[in-house]
Design a protein around this ligand. Structure first.
Ligand code: 26Q
Length: 809
């Protein structure tokens, strides 16, 4: 099998390939093979196809500028369906499997969903790999091959418990080990500087050397010749055990060292909000950065035999500050290993690196303790100090006497190393991930940097892999769109706007309604199967699925549900639209308040269930273990998409886009990408409520007094008081206190300030929902306007405006 163009594989060729693998690897004929064997052989056959395609593509891309995307997380999701779809071999593969007595969906069920990310940021990186390949950009991603991904969540008696995500035994089939490209990464030790022939040579003594072994995962493009490679590094002890220790009889200590080293790629940190400054996390970051940059240099030298043109041929993207050590590490490699001068190295570094910021929350901005950095990474520390000194000098020259400017922009301050400042100074571009977010970066968070260098700042609004989230996750809707406007939108998502022509077509609107119903039914069956919960597909599916965070305000949603519940308790015969509130969310394991909110939602659901009459109109379900695979079931089944963060806090959100493209209607605040969804669909096709980001700032500055809202609203009083008594036998008086008083300040996300408007707008939405024709028209308008939120568009903007790379045609 040696074909370049997707979709040209015949049934016979694929069977020959699969059977060859079964024979070679397992010594089995198809008759003897189990379902698992067939699955593995199918994956290996696809892997081979992708590898051949990648080799051919790399040849075409020689001498072209390439992008390297560094990210501590890639939440890729299951791979089999995506690759089969993108290669266009669904039909023929299904026939092949029939010969062995299986179906495609049986194979998909065996395909693991590696949890190599926490949420939005990691999923964005995965969507980008897909778009890069589909649009034929030469690209490679770098990350860590965590042995354990994000924990698996189980709710036990209403409380989140965490279990390890052991993905590798099954997931390993997707990985190709590339031991030839193993790199060495050095930690600890001491430095010595020596002048030799007019050069300052740096010697790094007593360092601990860790092997970084690469494993490649290939990601195909849709109808394209390109394949993106995601290179995941695994930490290994450098082979030789410490024989000194061993000879002295200290066996356990010698083993401990291996365990310590291999811990680097053992587990993904499950917290996406709170920077804790742990030594292991620092080692993970440097491990990935150093291995990745060495790899980039090696590849570049192979093509050009010089590093002088690195910045012309390589774009290095750091996804948030987690890979920010790229700045000093690339300086180190260029100067210490390849003898470039500081100025030359600095020119190359600052013209290669670009940085995306994903948060404005101060507690999530990374800083590292100076002593820790100096101990673990002595050379990197000395380079950061030099960068800081040179930069502060420049600031001082430009703003003489202005201590404020220097203090705000310094890389090192009060014994902390600030990674965002390092990333801005060491790169040529910084961008936010939605318009409003990028404005906030310029206005507040990085105001001084913006003043000094406005041209570095830009925005690239996020986007999603629409082929995964629409074409694959919702095949019926996708087929309907194809019938109406053709299949151009698959490769060119902006064509989705043509679907708008059908907004008054009663027949199409009815079909849209039927598809939604079918997806809701499918989700109900799935929920019953995985979690034993019964959901009525004839109710409104009102969904909030995302990580659990105070700023995302799942609590606000819960408060309103309590209000509805109380209304129904008071008059059980009230004629309301029956609705199901569906939540799915993981909380960081040490985030107590987030876990309490899950607890509240769960107890509320249980208590309502006990009252069968009310239960017919109102249901609350918490679906466990939110993951990419679960999201692929949820998005197509959603009617209302709740995006209710406090304005100014959610950088972008991408779940909002996934729901929109599946025809859900957003009910949300003017935050993150919601504001752009509003711009695209217009006010008739979205339900917006709450304070604007400016109003939020003003209220907070003038002093937020939740008690006023409590006093003014009887409904709110009823809701809050009921927290003290609690639900399903559990009191939530701590949440009552949090909302009204708090420890030092009450609820910083001001749920009560937005509560009234939230209820008002929700009521309008419920009214519109009753008018099915009108609702379906709104739904259609959301789908038609979702093309802008495709990752293909985001990637093109990055390619044109930041990376300066071109597709390989
Ligand atoms: C930091 C230090 C130590 C350990 C972990 C971390 C860490 C890990 C993950 C910090 C943050 C994250 C993830 C952040 C994230 O997902 N942010 C989201 O990014 C999305 C893509 O741009 C946006 O849509 C969301 O608005 C944003 O919250």
């Amino acid at each position: 099998m040696n074909k370049n163009v997707a979709g040209l594989y015949t049934k016979e060729e694929l069977m020959e390939q699969i059977e060859g693998i079964l024979a070679r690897y397992y010594g089995l004929s198809p008759n003897e093979a189990s379902k698992e064997h067939i699955f593995k052989a199918v994956v290996m056959a696809i892997r081979d196809i992708l590898r051949q395609k990648r080799t051919a593509f790399s040849k075409k891309a020689v001498y072209a500028k390439k992008v390297y995307y560094l990210c501590m997380e890639f939440l890729v999701g299951a791979s089999l369906r995506n690759n089969i779809y993108n290669l266009g071999i669904d039909g023929v593969m299904s026939e092949v499997l029939k010969e062995y007595g299986y179906s495609l969906s049986e194979m998909y069920e065996l395909d693991p969903d590696p949890g190599l990310g926490n949420g939005g940021l990691g999923r964005l990186a995965a969507c980008f790999m897909d778009s890069l390949a589909s649009q034929e950009y030469p690209a490679m991603g770098y990350s860590i091959c965590y042995e354990y991904g994000l924990f698996k969540q189980k709710i036990v008696d209403g409380w989140q418990t965490e279990m390890p995500d052991i993905w590798l035994p099954n997931g390993e089939v997707w990985l190709v080990p590339r031991t030839d490209d193993t790199a060495n990464v050095k930690f600890d030790g001491q430095l010595e500087e020596k002048w030799e022939n007019g050069w300052l040579k740096i010697y790094h003594y007593n360092a601990q050397t860790v092997l970084a072994v690469p494993y490649d995962m290939m990601i195909s493009g849709k109808d394209s010749e390109a394949v993106s490679v995601l290179r995941l590094w695994r930490a290994k002890n450098s082979g030789c055990m410490d024989m000194n220790l061993f000879s002295q009889g200290e066996y356990a200590k010698a083993m401990e060292e291996t365990a310590n080293i291999e811990a680097i790629s053992k587990v993904l940190y499950p917290s996406d909000d709170n920077h804790e400054g742990k030594s292991l996390r620092l080692r993970q970051q440097y491990f990935m950065v150093s291995a990745g940059l060495q790899d980039i240099i090696k590849k570049h030298l192979k093509e050009y035999n010089t590093l002088e043109n690195l910045h012309e041929k390589v774009a290095i993207h750091i996804n948030d500050t987690h890979p920010a050590l790229s700045v000093p590490e690339l300086m180190r490699l260029l100067m210490d290993e390849y003898s470039l001068s500081w100025d030359k190295a600095w020119f190359i570094v600052t013209n290669s690196i670009a940085y995306t910021n994903h948060t404005v929350m101060s507690e999530a901005l990374e800083t590292w303790n100076e002593d820790l950095l100096q101990r673990r990474l002595p050379r990197i520390y000395s380079i950061i100090k030099e960068i800081n000194e040179r930069f502060c000098h420049k600031v001082w020259e430009q703003y003489p006497g202005n201590w404020n400017m220097s203090e705000k922009m310094a890389v090192i301050s009060q014994h902390q190393v600030r990674m965002a400042n390092l990333s801005i100074i060491g790169g040529h571009s910084i961008n936010g991930v939605a318009k409003i977010h990028s404005e906030i970066l310029k206005k507040n968070v990085f105001k001084e940097f913006y003043e000094m260098n406005p041209r570095k700042f830009t925005n690239v609004t996020n986007g999603i892999a629409h082929r995964r989230w629409l074409c694959q996750a919702n095949p019926c809707l996708s087929a309907l769109i194809c019938e109406c406007i053709g299949d151009g939108f698959v490769k060119n998502p902006s064509e989705l706007i043509k679907f708008k022509e059908f907004e008054n077509d009663i027949g199409i609107l009815k079909l849209l309604d039927e598809i939604k119903k079918k997806n809701k039914q499918a989700f109900s069956e799935y929920a019953d199967k995985i979690q034993d919960v019964i959901i009525d597909p004839d109710t409104v599916f009102n969904m909030q699925v995302k990580r659990l965070h105070e700023y995302k305000r799942q609590l606000l949603n819960a408060l309103r549900i309590i209000a509805i519940y109380q209304r129904l308790l008071a008059c059980p015969d009230l004629d309301i639209q029956p609705q199901t509130f569906i939540f799915a969310a993981k909380a960081a394991p040490n985030y107590y308040m987030a876990k309490r909110v899950i607890n509240l939602i769960w107890c509320l659901g249980k208590e309502i269930e006990r009252n069968p009459k009310i239960g017919q109109k109102l249901k609350v379900v918490f679906i466990e273990n939110y993951s990419v695979s679960l999201a692929e079931m949820i998005m197509p089944a959603s009617d209302i998409s709740q995006q209710i963060s406090l304005a100014g806090k959610e950088a972008s959100g991408t779940g909002n886009m996934k729901m929109m493209i599946n025809g859900a209607v957003t009910l949300g605040t003017m935050d993150g990408a919601n504001a752009e969804i509003y711009e695209k669909v217009g006010q008739d096709n979205i339900f917006i409520f709450g304070m604007s980001d400016n109003e939020v700032d003003t209220l907070w500055k003038q002093g937020y007094s939740p008690i006023l809202y409590y006093q003014q609203s009887e409904v709110l009083r009823g809701v809050l008081d009921s927290l003290n008594k609690g639900f399903y036998g559990t009191s939530f008086s701590d949440i009552y206190n949090y909302l009204l008083q708090g420890g030092t300040v009450p609820d910083p996300y001001m749920c009560l300030a937005d509560f009234g408007d939230y209820c008002r707008v929700h009521e309008i939405a419920d009214g519109v929902y009753k008018d099915r024709a009108r609702w379906n028209k709104i739904s259609l308008n959301n789908i038609a306007n979702a093309g802008y939120f495709a990752a293909d568009r985001s990637i093109k903007e990055y390619a044109d405006n930041i990376w300066n790379i071109k597709p390989i045609k």
